[in-house]
Write a protein that binds this ligand. Structure first.
Ligand SMILES: Nc1ncnc2c1ncn2[C@@H]1O[C@H](COP(=O)(O)OP(=O)(O)OP(=O)(O)O)[C@@H](O)[C@H]1O
Length: 266
């Protein structure tokens, strides 16, 4: 998880990790979840997929994760090693209640046949990155919602994956915890150089976190605009209160509302 081998280059100079070309996903019954989705994910990007319910955000993540195949189009990982080298965080922390925090974080290694003893240091490092080094022997029931989500994040990044997929990870948390985890996620990203694809309904969350926001619309699910957020990391309270932040949030919100059918809300 060394930060040094993952320095983040400026936007426009990053190597492509994953390429989605003209991807369609139609479900049985004819629901067009995605139409002609084209997207390059580059090393070090923080991409948010932002859009109303049903615009295909989760479908896009599941296609990237290889949990389903596109109906049309191509998904290509540059340099091989794609779906096997991912970290995933869902809205629910999905921890094993019978296992300690450290054993939960061990899971991705265990699935690869690596013993706890062999990767103990990496588990400790991941727990320390999310501020839970003192809780490695605790059980999930002893933790708050925010702490459980930190465990889930530690589990996603412990193997130092090429891409981390996050599907509305903070939607179920209260606002204060959510902002704190947003702050922590960015400092974590700065330390690890992780490449993140993040699904959210929240304009403010997407502007705070991302350097690329892909605004999506539904029926059929598609990208309608890419908004670049060219503000330097690390970002904190100064960014949340900056005039540029408000201006980009306004632009993003207008784009999102412009995409909704009359009478629709989100
Ligand atoms: N397995 C499935 N079978 C049939 N239709 C599906 C399936 N999964 C998703 N859909 C449909 O595809 C569309 C896109 O769904 P998806 O869950 O990707 O949207 P989303 O943008 O993530 O929505 P939300 O924000 O509510 O999670 C929706 O109309 C949904 O009902």
């Amino acid at each position: 998880m060394s930060s040094h081998d993952r320095m983040i280059k400026p936007l426009g100079q990053r190597e492509t990790v994953l390429r989605m070309q003209e991807v369609d996903k139609t479900f049985n019954g004819g629901v067009v979840a995605l139409r002609r989705l084209s997207l390059d994910v580059n090393q070090g990007d923080f991409i948010s997929l932002l859009g109303p319910s049903g615009c295909g955000k989760s479908t896009a993540l599941r296609l990237i994760a290889g949990l389903m195949s596109p109906t049309l189009g191509r998904i290509t990982w540059e340099g091989g090693q794609g779906q096997d080298d991912l970290g995933v965080v869902f809205q629910e922390p999905t921890l094993m209640p019978w296992a300690t925090v450290a054993r939960n974080v061990h899971l991705p290694f265990r699935l690869r046949g690596q013993s706890y003893a062999a990767v103990k240091d990496r588990i400790e490092e991941a727990l320390s990155l999310v501020g839970l080094e003192k809780f490695s022997n605790s059980y999930p029931r002893e933790l708050s919602g925010g702490m459980k989500m930190r465990v889930s994040i530690a589990r996603a990044l412990v193997t130092n994956p090429r891409v981390i997929l996050m599907d509305e990870p903070f939607a179920a948390l209260d606002e204060i915890t959510r902002q704190k985890l947003n702050d922590d996620l960015l400092s974590l990203k700065a330390k690890t150089g992780a490449t993140v694809v993040f699904v959210t309904h929240s304009v403010f969350e997407s502007v705070f976190l991302s350097d690329r926001i892909l605004v999506m619309a539904a029926r059929p699910g598609r990208i309608i605009k890419e908004i670049i957020v060219d503000a330097p990391y690390p970002r904190g309270i100064e960014w949340r209160t900056a005039p540029e932040y408000s201006a980009i949030a306004r632009e993003t919100s207008d784009t999102l509302h412009g995409a909704l059918a009359p009478g629709e809300t989100h």
